[in-house]
Design a binder for this molecule. Structure first.
Ligand code: G4P
Length: 532
């Protein structure tokens, strides 16, 4: 197969949702349809139970399992589908944001009872930052949910995107009858079943067809009215607008009942984008370029406590990746080769000889990689869009065992390499401040430092509002700012200055008083610095 054909065969995406909307259930159903798993329940344990935030066994189990399921590759409709897992718990949101940099599209799951929820809005903002194409799946139609027109209005208003239903529900909750496929003009009748696939499809010639009355009585007239209204209100589905991230097609179903899942997956394989060009600090990189390139978006450390091994997850952006070939690690300016790159076909790890744009491979790493690192065949470019977000909760790391200072130091550096948290160091005294997006990360770090590095620590709360990277075109000006504000300045792991704002008010005042200083809320700007 030619490179172009390999690229066109691939769809790389993530399922995202507010916790409990049905992401795990839908993921599992996709894998069932794709033949990657045989029984339901296999993915289920991949979740941290939302109630037990301190249950470390769960955290540990999540870490172990999520490696196998971080990427799930399966085939459907002659396409190779790479489904990237995103943690459901909100305290791991940053991990999710980063995973979204490695996909070409997403499926957003909404609970029809709850509508748009807090996490839905945040995730959607991240998608909109990069115009990622989004398909919306409105789930749990077997429950007494909201009116579908109201839901669509809410999606448009809160998610700031135009929507277009491609299927339409016939009643809801106890009287849910199924969905009407607006394109194929067919009825998919609902029979609740968690075990088997229930797709009784009835083709009809037009909405006047008497079959409609026969199958979905007494809702046939309601459906006719609804469809009439939809066709009046919504423009025809615009595929280009979807690919540009401006329009989200909407499907309805019930994942737990296997209902509407096959339609969704079929529509996904036909409309979702194959890998497309990706921005770097130098130029756009096209997937069909002959030379290989890719970037690391996720790292798992210490999978096996007996060996300090790590896996770096690399998204391939262009060309063909080959086992045992030397590639350029751009940040380190070093040639590396990989003897056992892993793929994640059918949830088992396999050594692969080659991989193509859209694929995600696991590279065993002895400490060479950081999140955002780029590999190429020699060109010095960096992929953009893998930011570290400015954390919002901060604590000082306190060493409880001075005999283990070295281990603590090593541990906190390695764990923050994974991207679970960010480390800021303040002088004098080498004070270590750890910033996270979700509180639970502190517990995870403390537990892992103890278990994986034998280092005991505790946390001292800090009243900080935000950490922002500061830069200035005028070096002297920056030095002066850093001198004046020394007590609020830290260094990040790469030696960049970070201003620790105590309050939003302080931050605003600082920005007003120092107009030449640039305050950055993600670390994206670093890539630009490298380019200069
Ligand atoms: P998440 O990954 O987005 O957090 O959600 P998850 O799939 O775990 O689903 C959350 C709950 O919603 C689960 O129930 C799941 O069974 C249920 N669910 C998913 N899809 C549907 C649906 O189409 N209809 C209905 N009625 N429920 C659905 P749970 O009680 O938390 O877990 P479980 O005991 O069922 O495993």
């Amino acid at each position: 197969m030619s490179l172009q054909e390999e690229i066109q065969k691939r769809k790389t995406f993530a399922i995202i949702s507010h916790p409990d909307a049905g992401k795990t259930t839908l993921t599992e159903k996709f894998l069932l349809f794709g033949g990657a798993i045989q029984t339901a329940g296999a993915v289920k344990s991949n979740k941290i139970k939302k109630s037990a935030t301190s249950d470390f066994m769960d955290i540990e189990r999540q870490r172990g399992i999520s490696v196998a399921t971080s990427v799930m590759t399966f085939e459907f409709n002659n396409k190779i589908i790479n489904l990237l897992d995103t943690p459901g718990h909100k305290d791991f949101a940053e991990d999710t944001y980063r995973t979204l940099t490695a996909v070409d599209s997403v499926i957003l799951v909404i609970d029809c009872v709850k509508g748009v929820e807090a996490q839905t809005e945040k995730l959607m903002e991240v998608c909109r930052m990069r115009d990622t194409p989004v398909i919306i799946f409105i789930n749990k139609m077997d429950r007494e949910g909201r009116n579908p027109f109201d839901l669509l209005d809410e999606l448009e208003a809160k998610l700031n995107i135009k929507v277009r239903p491609l299927s339409w529900p016939i009643s809801i909750g106890q009287t849910f009858k199924g969905v009407y496929n607006l394109y194929e003009k067919s009825l998919n009748l609902f029979h609740p079943s968690q075990q088997k696939v229930t797709d009784e499809i009835v083709s009809i010639n037009s909405l006047d067809d008497e079959l409609l009355d026969e199958h979905i009585s007494p809702f046939a007239n309601q459906l006719r009215e609804d469809v009439h209204l939809i066709e009046g209100v919504y423009d025809a589905f615009d595929h280009k607008a979807y690919l540009e991230g401006k329009l989200a097609p909407v499907f309805f179903g019930s994942a737990v009942n296997n209902f509407g899942v096959r339609e969704l997956l079929s529509a996904f394989t036909s409309i979702a984008p194959a890998p497309i060009e990706r921005p770097t600090d130098l130029r756009e990189v096209l997937p069909e370029e002959k030379n290989f390139s890719g970037f690391v978006f996720k790292i798992h450390a210490n999978l096996d406590p007996r060996h300090r091994d790590r896996i770096a997850f690399l998204r391939i952006c262009s060309g063909k990746f080959e086992r045992n070939k030397f590639y350029q690690h751009v940040r380190l300016q070093k040639q590396l080769r990989f003897s056992s790159p892993a793929s994640f076909m059918a949830s088992a790890k396999n050594i692969i000889d080659e991989a193509y744009p859209g694929d995600v491979i696991g590279l065993y790493d002895s400490g060479n990689f950081k999140i955002g690192d780029t590999l190429t065949e020699g060109e010095n470019l960096h992929f953009k869009g893998i930011p570290s977000f400015s954390p919002e909760i901060f604590k000082e790391l306190v060493n409880n065992d001075p005999m283990k200072t070295k281990q603590l130091d090593k541990g906190i550096h390695q764990l923050t390499d994974e991207g679970v948290a960010q480390l800021f160091t303040q002088q004098p005294g080498n004070r270590k401040i750890v910033g996270v997006v979700g509180e639970l990360q502190f517990e995870v770090i403390q537990y892992r430092l103890q278990n994986e590095y034998g280092a005991a620590c505790s946390w001292r709360p800090l009243q900080l509002h935000k950490a922002c990277w500061v830069t200035c075109d005028d070096k002297k000006e920056l030095q002066e700012f850093v001198r004046l504000r020394a007590t609020q300045i830290c260094l990040d792991k790469d030696g960049h200055f970070v201003y620790m704002a105590e309050t939003n008010y302080m931050l605003n005042t600082m920005m007003q008083n120092h107009p030449k200083i640039k305050f950055h809320f993600t670390s994206e700007f670093k890539k630009d610095l490298v380019a200069i």
